[in-house]
Every structure is written in structure tokens, then in C-alpha cells.
Write a protein that binds this ligand. Structure first.
Ligand SMILES: [Zn+2]
Ligand SMILES: [Zn+2]
Length: 348
């Protein structure tokens, strides 16, 4: 098969022919129809993830069709259209048994712990526990983000922050996961403030229903601006970027007793990043982590997508082939594109 592959962290990214994957006993192989290009893929390429072995094929936000099935798989057959959470639980531990596969200690992640979906085919493990059927009512463009960005934003706002109608939700960084958070927060009845360094991204957030936008130009005090807009601070803040600066902006945007949700990865690159815990203590803030969403929690999300209440396809900006995907991966951090890029490996 053809795959996007790199041999060293931070090095060249190529498209090469590699061996087709074979399914593990409990796993399947999926023919990839779309795979989202995500900041987490950039982190894997940059060498920020401990579990990535070289050479490596990234990609973890996928939709496709089952093309091979392991001997122990019961729920899936060749031809089934599926997606998967980017965190695949083992299917047998106490966390998986209680519906919390997103924190499974034996989890696998396509594109991180093994080769991912920037390829014609991807192997997925513990398929009976992790795969999610995707109906024909949901397009590839809508389904591709469900494994990572969209499901992560959904769980972060609904299950972790428990956003209520009328609350202020400030989203720092409106790339893929941030735009998802804007759309979901609006659907939950929240009043949304979008913060980004790119005017085009803010315009997209506004079109999705953000009530205010704040251009983070590096000079503006984002927290103070949000306090002005909300008469005392946001009820909920989401750091959808994952940098010490955006995390701090999110926390300083909150009112007393506010809830911060950390969604963007804050990798331990130069030591653990600084977090303003002084404000967390003095204002009794809640700091919540969010790490994807288990497959058992997908039905309610899929219903809202099928009904058109949630529309992840709306911020897909472009669909490219593997070669263009390979070119875009190393510059993803600097490019700050508005909207989501999908790779369709069937394109040239
Ligand atoms: Zn992702
Ligand atoms: Zn498990």
C-alpha cells in the first residue's frame, strides 16, 4: 500500500510503498476513505510522543470500510463502514468494562502506538470493543473528525465541563477541535467567545455562532478582554491549542468557580509546562482533562450528527491526496489554516 511515512522525528515526510497491514486476532484492517490532518499528528512527527517508534505512519481520525477481519472478531465483517475513537481500549480491563476506554491503561492509538491512517489501509485493535458503525446518512467529511477532534470537543463540553444553557464558554484556538467546540457549545445553548491568532479562523467561528471573537495578537490581555465581554469572566474555558500561553489565557478568562478544560496537548518537551495554579486556588477553579471519547458514548453524538444538529462537515476546508498530506504535515504548526484538511488516500 501507499503510505505517508517518516524515518526520523522532525525529518522529511515521504509517500512510499510499504507492506499491507494484517489484522491482529481481535482486530481488523480498514480501507481508509478519509483521515483528518490534526495537530496531534504534527506532535507525533515532531517527536513529542513517547510511544512513537520509527519509521512511522501517522493518522488517527479516520473513516473507511473494513477490508480484513481477525479470527476472534465477532461484531464486524468485510464491507462494514466504520470509524474509531483515536484511543482504542483493550476491551477487557476494569476501565473498559465501566465504559471509560478513553483512559484504558493498555490502550492503543493508531498513528501513535502503531501505524496510522495516512495510508490506504490501517490496522485497528480490539475491534469489537472500539469500532463504531457509520451509517450512510453521515458523510466521510462528517465522520472523519468523530474519532478525535469532534468527539473530544463533545466529551470535553458535555461530560467533563457539563456546560449549561446560557453559560459563557470561551474557546482558545479555533482550529479543528476549537471549531468543533464552538459548534457544540452553541448547540448546548451556551454563549461562545472564540479566541485565535488568525482572523480567518475567527470569521469561521463567528459563522458557526460565536457571539464574540477576540484576536490574540500577542499584545492583547486575552483574559482581561474576556472579563470585559462577560462581566466578570467565562463560566467555562477550553484550551484547544495546548501551549503554556493558551492554557494561561484560558484559565485567566474564567470567573470565580469557573471550569477549565484542557484539550490541546501540552507535551512535556522542556519540562512540564507552567500552569497558573495560583489563580486556580484563589478562585477555586476546576481544572479538567479530556482525552477523546469511548466508543460506548458515540450513539448520542451520532444521532445529533445524523439529525443535522451538529455538522462537523462544515469546517472541512479541503480534501487532499497522500502526497499533499505529506507536504502539509511538517508545516501544520506554522500554517494556522482556517478549517480542517482531510486526506483521501484514494486521490493521487
Ligand atoms: Zn486528532
Ligand atoms: Zn482496557
Amino acid at each position: 500500500m501507499r503510505a505517508v511515512i517518516f524515518d526520523q522525528f522532525g525529518g522529511p515526510v515521504d509517500v512510499r510503498s510499504v507492506a499491507d497491514p494484517v489484522p491482529s486476532a481481535g482486530g481488523v484492517v480498514v480501507a481508509v476513505h478519509a483521515s483528518g490532518l490534526c495537530r496531534s499528528d504534527w506532535h507525533a512527527w515532531a517527536g513529542h510522543d513517547d510511544g512513537v517508534a520509527l519509521p512511522h505512519v501517522p493518522g488517527h481520525e479516520l473513516v473507511g470500510v473494513v477490508s480484513a477481519v481477525g479470527a476472534d472478531v465477532r461484531r464486524w465483517t468485510v464491507g462494514d463502514r466504520v470509524t474509531t475513537p483515536f484511543v482504542c481500549g483493550c476491551g477487557s480491563c476494569q476501565w473498559c468494562a465501566s465504559g471509560q476506554a478513553q483512559v484504558c491503561p493498555q490502550q492503543t492509538q493508531p498513528g501513535f502506538t502503531h501505524w496510522g491512517s495516512f495510508a490506504e489501509y490501517v490496522a485497528l485493535h480490539a475491534a469489537d470493543a472500539n469500532l463504531v458503525a457509520v451509517s450512510d446518512a453521515i458523510s466521510d467529511a462528517a465522520a472523519a473528525g468523530l474519532g478525535c477532534r469532534y468527539a473530544t470537543a463533545y466529551r470535553a463540553l458535555r461530560a467533563r465541563a457539563a456546560v449549561k444553557p446560557g453559560e459563557w464558554v470561551t474557546v482558545i484556538g479555533v482550529g479543528g477541535v476549537g471549531l468543533s467546540a464552538v459548534q457544540i457549545a452553541v448547540a448546548l445553548g451556551a454563549r461562545v467567545i472564540a479566541v485565535d491568532r488568525t482572523p480567518a479562523a475567527l470569521a469561521l467561528a463567528q459563522s458557526l455562532g460565536a457571539e464574540h471573537t477576540v484576536l490574540a495578537d500577542g499584545v492583547l490581555d486575552v483574559g482581561a478582554r474576556v472579563h470585559d465581554l462577560t462581566d466578570g469572566g467565562s463560566d467555562v474555558a477550553v484550551d484547544a491549542v495546548g501551549s503554556p500561553g493558551t492554557c494561561s489565557d484560558a484559565i485567566h478568562s474564567l470567573r470565580r468557580h469557573g471550569r477549565h478544560v484542557q484539550v490541546g496537548l501540552l507535551p512535556n518537551v522542556d519540562g512540564h509546562p507552567a500552569v497558573p495554579m495560583d489563580r486556580v486556588i484563589a478562585w477555586e477553579l476546576d481544572v479538567l482533562g479530556s482525552h477523546g471519547m469511548a466508543s460506548v458514548d458515540y450513539p448520542s453524538l451520532l444521532q445529533l450528527v445524523e439529525a443535522g444538529t451538529l455538522r462537523p462537515q462544515e469546517f472541512v476546508e479541503r480534501v487532499v491526496g497522500l502526497s499533499e498530506g505529506a507536504r502539509l504535515l511538517p508545516v501544520l504548526d506554522a500554517a494556522a489554516p482556517a478549517g480542517v484538511t482531510l486526506i483521501d488516500p484514494r486521490l493521487s
